[in-house]
Ligand binder design. Structure first.
Ligand code: UGA
Length: 434
């Protein structure tokens, strides 16, 4: 039998909303608090301010167990457990900015009735100990503390929450660990308990290793290009080794998003701050920085320069299934193309209108075909299914020059060659159509 809890979620972003909706789905009463009036208004009116598959339906289905508020006091007053799901962006030194976490903690003065405060935001190791000390200073010694890092990937966050590979709970008090484990009753995955610092480290280590696997695949791809091997065959066969696995081995124009770039830099900064140079991770980051630049250089060589060329960028989001363009490779690609004098025409099915550089200097188009019309080359940046299924025959006819740089190895080289394209991709030989 589920022990029903009242949970206050601080932060109505990707993590907070998914956590709140999923805990409500498990049967708990949830209040989500955010400081942005607009977000709360949208949520109160039945909308969802971000795109995440299944989230809108989950929020609607659990409307009787989910409320939204701007008022921190109200959220805390009616709850047993507070979940901190605010963002922790990088500071100029590469450390995580914890100011939003401290803001939440500062609202907990009338919180002596709480059973526990849980931090889900990604934080440097040692943050939990500092939060614990701050809670003690505020007279909340008897309120428990736990770290419960999130491992949900955007685009699959609801599924990842309800069917996780593991739920990690870091707590110094076994009773608090038990309480947070019980909150996850109904979740289809193992619970792993440990101390707070280790739980904080699991999150950073997992993201760093995932990023390492991708950068490794991208390095192998570069060597494949130089030697004539096909990286897709290579990573497929390498991944069949059960010790290595097939995941996060897909080469491309690089990893982006709100997590890998930020978390890898934060872990590197954390190591540097203690005088240790995490050289492997620095290389992983550098490989990723180079990946879109190498793509542009290859295109430049092929076109004999980019000045006055028109390039279609297909896909702006950092991966398909999301509207998120944070630290997306598309941003570097567009900036580099513009810097070399190209005209950039963009398409993305979900990304909202973008008003920060470089986007105002590009044009946005409703369909891939419209973006490609008259272009000297197209770069596939995000592996949207619409691009796999696009009418490439028609595209070849509409383009000024049939040239594709497939930054996600989405298309079949032979087929593209047969359609008359010069088809470049990552870690595979360039195919030149008739
Ligand atoms: C990532 C992790 O996968 C989650 O487990 C974690 O909880 C989350 O960060 C977080 O820290 O919040 P996310 O950033 O949503 O999730 O996206 P991923 O699906 O992991 O993709 C990250 C980037 O890697 C994308 O740009 C994607 O295109 C790229 N990627 C992924 C590759 O280039 N190759 C691959 O084989 C896999």
């Amino acid at each position: 039998m589920l022990e029903k809890r009242r949970v206050a979620i601080f932060g109505a972003g990707y993590i907070g909303l998914v956590t709140g909706a999923c805990l409500a789905q498990l049967g708990h009463d949830v209040v989500v608090r955010d400081i942005q009036q607009e977000r709360i208004d949208i949520l109160r009116n039945g909308g969802v301010p971000i795109y995440e598959p299944g989230l809108e339906e989950l929020i609607a289905a659990n409307a009787d167990r989910l409320t939204f508020t701007l008022d921190a006091g109200e959220a805390v007053r009616d709850s047993d457990i507070v979940y901190v799901c605010v963002d922790t962006p990088p500071t100029p030194s590469g450390d995580a900015d914890l100011s939003r976490i401290w803001q939440v903690i500062s609202t907990l003065h009338d919180a002596s009735h709480l059973a526990a405060v849980v931090v889900k935001s990604t934080v440097p190791v040692g943050t939990g100990a500092r939060v614990r000390a701050a809670m003690d200073r505020a007279g909340l010694q008897h309120v428990g503390y736990a770290s419960n890092p999130e491992f949900t990937a955007e685009g699959a966050a609801v599924r990842d929450f309800l069917h996780p590979d593991r739920v990690v709970i870091g707590a110094d008090d076994p009773e608090i660990a038990k309480l947070i484990a019980a909150l996850h009753d109904g979740v289809d995955g193992p619970v792993v308990e440990m101390d707070i610092a280790s739980a904080e480290m699991v999150k950073l280590a997992a993201n760093a290793l995932l990023a390492t696997k991708i950068s490794f695949a991208n390095e192998i791809a570069t060597i494949c290009e130089a030697t004539g091997a096909d990286v897709e065959h290579v990573v497929h066969a390498v991944g069949l080794d059960h010790r290595l696995g097939p995941h996060y081995m897909k080469p491309g124009v690089g990893w982006g998003g709100s997590c890998f770039p930020k978390d890898s830099r934060a872990l590197r900064a954390m190591a540097s701050n203690s005088g240790y140079s995490f050289q492997l991770l620095s290389s992983v980051i550098e490989v990723n920085d180079l990946q879109p630049r190498r793509a542009i250089q290859r295109l430049k060589d092929e076109l004999g320069g980019l000045a006055d060329r028109t390039i279609a960028l297909l896909g702006l989001a950092f991966k398909p299934g999301t509207d998120d363009v944070r630290e997306a490779p598309s941003t570097i690609l567009a900036s580099r193309l513009l810097a070399d004098g190209a005209t950039v025409r963009c398409w993305d099915p979900l990304a909202p209108p973008l008003d920060t550089a470089p986007w105002p200097s590009t044009t946005r188009h409703d369909t891939p075909l419209e973006a490609m019309t008259g272009a000297d080359a197209v770069i596939i940046v995000t592996e949207w299914p619409q691009l796999r299924d696009a009418d490439w025959d028609q595209a070849a006819a509409a383009m000024a020059r049939p040239l594709i740089f497939d930054g996600r190895n989405l298309l079949d080289p032979k087929q593209m060659g047969a359609l008359g394209f010069t088809y470049m991709s990552v870690g595979r030989s360039t195919v030149r159509g008739a």
